[in-house]
Each structure stands twice: as structure tokens, then as C-alpha cells.
Design a protein. Structure first.
Lengths: 665, 186
């Protein structure tokens, strides 16, 4: 990946890459590992020439991890959130077949609002509820280059809502995806799916690709193994072109269009018996995006780039419809100042217009809203000594809800010797309130308060809701040896002004039936701390074995019993890949997730600890054909992973099997 | 909820970090630039897709000789990379070559940028001996069998089939498919 892409991807998404990622990250393979790559993989391998400012992972002063396209392929994954499970410390819980709660460093829920997710520089954050509609975020995974994940507010310098982390998925340059590809998937959970892609050249200096894909996903199951009626299917098509009129300039133009149909059983409050009804909702999401990016790299360490994108999302449902149009413009420049300073700055503007009609679940005031976001950032990376660097920067932004937000950070990197690094960071980050916090009434399922009396809780909007503030202290250590590597990150986060739900005085109401009305208010009253550690070990004793182990610890110290403590204290995984021959590769992954409580309906439900065991086999009968077979969640017949307040039935993830044929020419 | 043992955790892990820093394990990263590391990996990989003339195919224990002409931009990286590995059942030997005899004894000769003219005099001998020649410049692409060319931040390669014929080499279809361009005639 080219560093300038990354920079302005970040900048564009309102993230404005303050420190590390302005340089782009490259996964550092050792020479021995390079020899194990295939010709195709070598052609994808970025090379770092002298003076080129791509940063090897080991020189990144943040908790960064990279999920490669190969990792996703080897595990036979078909959705982006499932791929994020491979990152140590990520919390990924499937709520319904098509819904996930994804976080890094705690506070997990469906609307976590503290994670900034991007694909090819386009932000996937939804201002209405502060989360990501994971079911509509897709691309041809075979053409995905990598997913870079920054845990913690290493991301904060790139803008609001990047408090817990930044996820940036990037697709390959079209020069690397020439030729045709056909992929067919069949599985007990995946159902049927297929994808086609064709890449070609447009003259000597331009390349293109077009793709189309469709995928079914079956229901999850309840505790008895019966379907929870949350099956879904999606279809998507897209294109990308890359044009390099000369060595300095690079123009990218790309776009996607999709339709996703989902089904879900949702618990709705009702004033008629049985007072909480389960609605079988059918939803349809349609959308698309177009993105253009121009980069001029005048030297290895100086560039200017400009990016614009438009994104449309239209969700039709009997529950909560939503239409959103987003237009975004970003500029950034990088220039070295003298020998010791590497300076980056940028500006961005985002326009977001939505329509949220009132529904049985929520009512919005106003229903139509246009939001403007202005951002700017500056960063200087100073080389203090040969092996010591400091990065100072800040992000400034203005949003319509909380006005000006300042998010500075300072990071230091020390390279005590070749293949070792130690980093420290202090950052301030904010997550701005999502639109619902200031402008929506949300109806929760009724709870009995007496023999024949029900209480109807309703979340009230708070026009004074402010941003949640995080002060983060981080430290990390990396070592890269010939056959092994170690990556340790530690953090201590101090949270202030966190939004909590407070019960206001209940009111007795007679209409439409006698009931207790229970207003809840979102207030910036939470104060607390969280701490943890994330460890990744990798060992490649010889050409055939690739062994990885990860462990993550997370603990929260919160005075009040906050509803958002839905995070396991311990998570661990062990993965072994074994190349039996040039044609056969075996993979086993064991992942342990500790137990935790999560809000479910009007109460909490305990998600017990679970062990997920995945086994896969990839076989290449010829150069063009690859066959993969996987068994997933083999350790138990089914287990729950997460829940949300309106879940009618706690969905459990069943044991599943899948097979895939991949043909390239 | 118990208080987070943040301080204790930090102290403990700092100790682990410092202990790891102090250990005298060999450094993994190399001094050679990533570009040459990738090119070295290419040389090793490409050798798997080449069929040498029958007289050059030795017994299983005889090594496939990957050679670098005169100036070696790989340092010791190439040798380290291929150590213990095999190409189609043969072990690999890495050498630096300077004269006709040494070149004719190699299976693959890498001609670094700037050495093309110096190598030109040995080209007929290399062709006669069925040596796979690899270079890294547009200039070399006209005479050599394979040339690496930088494209953006990636390394690509072009193939000269006329040269492959003259050198009595058969290149696999997969190699040709991955080539950025295939030159049919000299």
C-alpha cells in the first residue's frame, strides 16, 4: 500500500492522520518469510526504498495490527466483522445473523459509537446511531488488500469517534487484480454465494476491474436449535480504475452499489396484550458510493492529495427507515521541513443529510437533518536522535452538536536496537454524541412493576448531550526475531463525561391503558477507568508452520453499574497453519472468549464463556483452482455471542460447515 | 467491581518488556533494502517455474546455482533466504560470478543495474550454457530472459521469450501469465 493513500484516506474520513498512519504501515516480513510467498504475493509486496516513508509495523508508535487478505482467505471468511476477530483485543459478537457488535478496548454494543471504520478512505460511521451498518459494508474480499486496525485512541488524532480504535479496510490497486476470478461458496450458515471479477488494462498506464457478487446467509438459532428468523442476502457490484499518467501522479476512481435484504424478529412495546409484541420485520437496504482521489507525489517524502466521495444509504423497514446522503471532500499535504521534521496537515468537510421517519421503535425531532463537519489537523514527526522519534499533533473539528473539539496527542518511539521498539503515547479523544442522543425518543419493551401494571421505559433526547472524553495512556513493545515476533500493548484509559442512562421520575398515565411511563435521560455523568493489555506472539519455526497466539485482558473500574459493561475480561486465541505441501494447507484456530453480561430486553443476560474451534483445509489441485473446506464453531453445537435491547430471541451461533471453489485466470 | 490493578499490570508488563529488551537474541531485520529482499525472493520463486535443458538438470543432490554478477546488491540476504530450501527437489547454492566459466556453471545469473554492459560480453556463453538471466532495467529487458521493473512501490517482471529460446529454457505458463509483459521476438 502506498503511504499517501493511507494518509488521505484517514484525512478524508475526518480522521486526519496525525501520527503514525500518515506514513502508512507496511507489515514487515522477514526475508525468510518473503521466500515463502508465492509469485502473486510477491507482486503485491510493497517495497521500501531508501527515503521512502512507509513505516514498518515495528516503527509504529501505536497498537496496530494488520489482517491480510491471505488471513481472510485461509479462514474462508465471508464478512468483514468476522475478519476482525483475528485482531487481538477486538470484541466481536454476533447479535443476529446480519448484526454484529464490534469494538476494541471495551464498551461493546451494537451502537458502540467509539470506533471509526473506513473502506478505501470512505467513512462507514453512521451519525444517526453512532455505529456501523455492518450488513451493508462489503467488497469482493478476494480483492481486499488488508484491514489495518488501530486499537485505542492512537486514532483519536484522526477525529472524533475514533476513541476505541480505527479500522481501515483497503482494496488492492487494480494493477494487482488483472485477469478473471470466479468464487463459489456453499455452507450450512453461508447458504450459497458467488462472485465474479474481471480486471484489465486501459492502455499502458491505467488499469480497471469490475466485480459482482451475491451471498445468502442462513438464520442463527435459539437455545433449542430452532431458527431465529434472521436470514439475509446481499448483492453488490462495483468497479475501480487506477490511472498513473506519470510516476508522480495517481488518480483513482471507484464505486459500488448494493442491495441487502434482512429479516429480524424485534420486540416492540404495545399497549394491547401481550404488551410486548414480536414483529417479524423485513428490511431492505440499498445504497452506493462513488469516490475519486488524486495524488501527486513530488518526492518520496512530499505529496499532495485530494479526495471526494459521495455515499447514499437507504434503509426501508417496517421498524425504522433511514435515508442518508453523505458528501465528503478532503485535502492533505505532507512535506519534510529540514532533516528532522516530517510535517503533515490537512483539511476536510463532510455534508450528511438524513431522513429518519418516526416508527414504533423511535421518533425523531426533527425527522430530517443536515449535518456539517469541518476538520483540520497538523502533525509533526521529529527525529530527535538516530533511534528516537517524537510525534506531536492535534485534530481540530467543528460539528453541529458540540461545536469545536480539540484532540491532541504526543507519541514517542525508541528503537533500542534492530528489530526492537518501545513506544509511549498520551492522547485526548472525544466521541461526539450520535444524533439519537440529542434528537430521538426510543421506546423500550415494557417491564412489569406490579401484579397488573406495566412500566413503559422511553429514552428521552437530551439537547445538552456533550461529547464523551477520553484521556489515554499507552505503552507498547515489539520485537522481531528471525522466526518469531512479539507485540505487546498496554493501556490505561480515563473516561470522563460518559453518557449514562438515568431514570427520571416515573409518571402514572391512564391512556391508552393505565401504565407507568418511565422516562430515561442520557446524561454526561459517567466517570471511570479501563485498563488492559493485548499480546500477539507469532512463531514460524520453518517453511511449513505458522503459529500465532493472542491474549487480551480488559478491566473496567466504574463507580456506577453502567449498562455498557458488556466486555469479556479475558480473550485468547491460538492459530496454527501447516503447509503440508505446495498444494495443501491446513488451518486450526481456537478462540476463547470470557463470559460477560449484556443488556437484553429490559434486563441483562449473561453470555457464558465459549470456545470457538475452526478447522480449515485449502487444496490447490492446479495453479488456477483452489478448493477450501471449513468447519466453524466446532467445539459446541451453538453458543450466544451478544444481544441487543430489542432482541426477541437470544440468537446463538451454530456449528457450521462451508466449502469454496476459487478459480483465477 | 474491584479496582483495576492498572498500575500493577503496567509494572509487571514493563518488567517483561525490559527483560525481553535485554536478551541477546539475534536481530531479525536486515540491512538490505526491502526492494532487494523482494527481488531475492523472486529469484528463488522464479527458479521453480523454469525448465532447464536436459544437460543442466543434475542429480537430486546437485544444487541449483543462483548467481549474482560481480556486484552483489543482496548482501548475505539471498544466501540466508534460500538456506535449507529446495527448488524442485534440488538444494540451492548462491555464488558471485565474474567470468565465463563461473557464469556457465550457474543456473540463474542476476545482473544488477549498471552491470548490463559488462555482462553483454558473456551473453553468448550464458545462452549456450542454458543460463536463466535476470536483470532489473529496461535496457536488460531487451537481451535478458527476465527483468524486474519497479512499478510504483511494487516489483514486477517482464519476460523475453526470444531470449528464453536462445538460452534453451522453458518458462511455465503461470510465470508468463504473471509477467507484466511478454516479448515474443528479440
Amino acid at each position: 500500500m502506498k503511504p499517501h493513500h493511507f494518509i488521505h484516506r484517514l484525512a478524508c474520513a475526518g480522521l486526519a492522520g496525525c501520527c503514525l498512519l500518515t506514513r502508512g504501515i507496511i507489515a514487515q516480513e522477514t526475508p525468510r518469510e518473503l521466500a515463502e510467498l508465492s509469485l502473486e504475493e510477491l507482486m503485491d509486496e510493497p517495497v521500501m526504498s531508501v527515503g521512502r516513508k512507509e513505516t514498518p509495523l515495528i516503527e509504529s508508535p501505536a497498537a496496530i495490527a494488520v489482517v491480510t487478505a491471505q488471513d481472510i482467505q485461509r479462514l474462508g471468511l465471508t464478512t468483514l466483522p468476522e475478519a476482525l476477530r483475528l485482531v487481538p483485543g477486538m470484541g466481536v459478537g454476533r447479535i443476529r445473523s446480519h448484526q454484529w457488535a464490534v469494538t476494541a478496548r471495551g464498551f461493546n454494543n451494537q451502537y458502540v459509537g467509539k470506533l471509526l471504520v473506513m473502506m478505501d478512505g470512505r467513512t462507514l460511521y453512521t451519525p444517526s446511531f453512532g455505529g456501523v451498518h455492518w450488513e451493508v459494508q462489503d467488497t469482493l474480499l478476494e480483492d481486499l488488500d488488508r484491514i489495518e486496525v488501530i486499537r485505542g485512541p492512537g486514532a483519536t488524532l484522526w477525529g472524533a469517534n475514533a476513541v476505541n480504535g480505527v479500522i481501515n479496510a483497503t482494496t488492492k490497486d487494480t494493477a494487482e487484480t488483472q485477469g478473471s476470478l470466479i468464487s463459489l461458496v456453499a455452507g450450512t450458515e453461508e447458504g450459497f454465494g458467488g462472485a465474479v471479477r474481471h480486471g484489465g488494462a486501459l492502455g499502458a498506464r491505467a488499469h480497471f476491474r469490475v466485480y459482482a457478487k451475491a451471498q445468502d446467509h442462513d438464520d442463527l438459532v435459539d437455545a433449542d436449535g430452532d431458527a431465529t428468523n434472521d436470514e439475509w442476502r446481499r448483492a453488490q457490484a462495483g468497479f475501480r480504475t487506477d490511472w498513473r499518467p506519470d510516476d508522480a501522479r495517481h488518480v483513482t476512481f471507484q464505486g459500488d452499489a448494493y442491495e441487502v435484504r434482512t429479516r429480524e424478529h424485534v420486540l416492540l412495546p404495545s399497549f394491547a396484550p401481550p404488551f410486548a409484541v414480536v414483529q417479524d420485520a423485513r428490511n431492505k437496504s440499498r445504497g452506493g458510493n462513488l469516490l475519486a482521489r488524486w495524488t501527486h507525489r513530488s518526492s518520496d517524502s512530499a505529496h499532495i492529495s485530494l479526495q471526494a466521495f459521495y455515499d447514499r444509504y437507504r434503509h426501508q423497514s417496517s421498524l425504522q427507515a433511514e435515508t442518508r446522503d453523505t458528501a465528503d471532500l478532503d485535502f492533505d499535504q505532507r512535506l519534510p521541513l529540514g532533516d528532522r521534521h516530517d510535517f503533515v496537515w490537512g483539511l476536510g468537510y463532510r455534508y450528511s443529510r438524513d431522513h429518519l421517519p418516526s416508527s414504533p421503535l423511535s421518533s425523531w425531532a426533527p425527522e430530517r437533518r443536515t449535518l456539517h463537519l469541518l476538520t483540520g489537523f497538523v502533525q509533526d514527526e521529529i527525529t530527535l536522535a538516530d533511534r528516537l522519534r517524537v510525534m506531536i499533533g492535534t485534530k481540530l473539528e467543528h460539528n453541529d452538536y458540540t461545536g469545536v473539539e480539540v484532540q491532541p496527542s504526543i507519541r514517542a518511539l525508541w528503537l533500542p536496537r534492530e528489530g526492537r521498539s518501545v513506544w509511549l503515547a498520551v492522547s485526548r479523544a472525544v466521541s461526539t454524541p450520535p444524533r439519537y442522543a440529542q434528537e430521538a425518543f426510543i421506546n423500550l419493551a415494557p417491564v412489569p412493576v406490579g401484579p397488573s401494571l406495566l412500566a413503559y421505559p422511553q429514552v428521552q433526547p437530551n439537547p445538552d448531550a456533550r461529547s464523551e472524553v477520553l484521556l489515554a495512556f499507552e505503552a507498547g513493545f515489539r520485537a522481531e526475531l528471525d522466526q518469531a515476533s512479539v507485540d505487546v500493548a498496554l493501556f490505561h484509559h480515563e473516561h470522563r463525561d460518559s453518557i449514562e442512562r438515568l431514570n427520571l421520575a416515573p409518571e402514572f398515565r391512564l391512556a391508552p391503558i393505565p401504565h407507568v411511563f418511565l422516562p430515561l435521560l442520557l446524561l454526561n455523568e459517567g466517570t471511570g477507568e479501563s485498563s488492559g493489555a493485548e499480546v500477539l506472539l507469532r512463531w514460524r519455526p520453518d517453511d511449513r508452520w505458522d503459529l500465532r497466539a493472542t491474549y487480551a485482558y480488559f478491566a473496567m473500574n466504574w463507580p456506577a453499574d453502567a449498562a455498557f459493561k458488556a466486555d469479556p475480561r479475558h480473550q485468547a486465541a491460538v492459530e496454527a497453519r501447516f503447509k503440508a505441501s505446495e498444494r495443501i494447507e491446513l488451518l486450526t484456530r481456537l478462540a476463547y472468549v470470557g463470559g460477560f453480561d449484556v443488556p437484553y430486553g429490559a434486563r441483562n443476560v449473561h453470555i457464558p464463556q465459549y470456545l470457538a474451534v475452526d478447522i480449515g483445509l485449502a487444496w490447490r489441485p492446479s495453479e488456477a483452482l483452489e478448493v477450501g473446506v471449513w468447519g466453524r464453531n466446532l467445539a459446541d453445537p451453538r453458543h450466544p455471542e451478544f444481544a441487543t435491547y430489542n432482541t426477541a430471541t437470544l440468537a446463538e451461533v451454530p456449528r457450521s460447515f462451508s466449502v469454496r471453489l476459487l478459480w483465477r485466470h | 467491581m474491584p479496582r483495576v490493578p492498572a498500575i500493577a499490570l503496567v509494572v509487571r508488563l514493563t518488567a517483561v518488556v525490559l527483560a525481553a529488551l535485554g536478551t541477546g537474541l539475534p536481530a531479525g531485520a536486515a540491512d538490505v533494502s526491502k526492494e532487494y529482499q523482494v527481488k531475492a525472493a523472486f529469484l528463488f520463486n522464479i527458479a521453480k517455474f523454469v525448465e532447464w535443458p536436459p544437460e543442466r538438470r543434475g542429480e537430486d543432490h546437485e544444487p541449483v546455482v543462483i548467481a549474482v554478477f560481480r556486484h552483489n546488491p543482496f548482501g548475505s540476504e539471498l544466501a540466508r533466504m534460500v538456506e535449507g530450501r529446495q527448488v524442485n527437489g534440488h538444494p540451492i547454492a548462491v555464488r558471485t560470478v565474474t567470468n565465463e566459466q563461473e557464469i556457465a556453471a550457474a543456473h540463474l545469473v542476476f545482473v544488477p543495474d549498471g552491470q548490463e554492459e559488462a555482462f553483454a560480453g558473456f551473453e553468448p556463453a550464458a545462452a549456450k550454457a542454458g543460463v536463466l538471466t535476470c536483470g532489473e532495467s529496461e535496457k536488460f529487458a531487451a537481451v535478458g530472459v527476465i527483468s524486474f521493473l519497479r512499478q510504483g512501490d511494487k516489483v514486477r517482471f517482464v519476460v523475453n521469450l526470444g531470449a528464453a529460446d536462445r538460452h534453451h529454457l522453458k518458462l511455465s505458463a503461470q510465470l508468463l501469465k504473471l509477467a507484466q509483459s511478454v516479448r515474443r521476438e528479440d
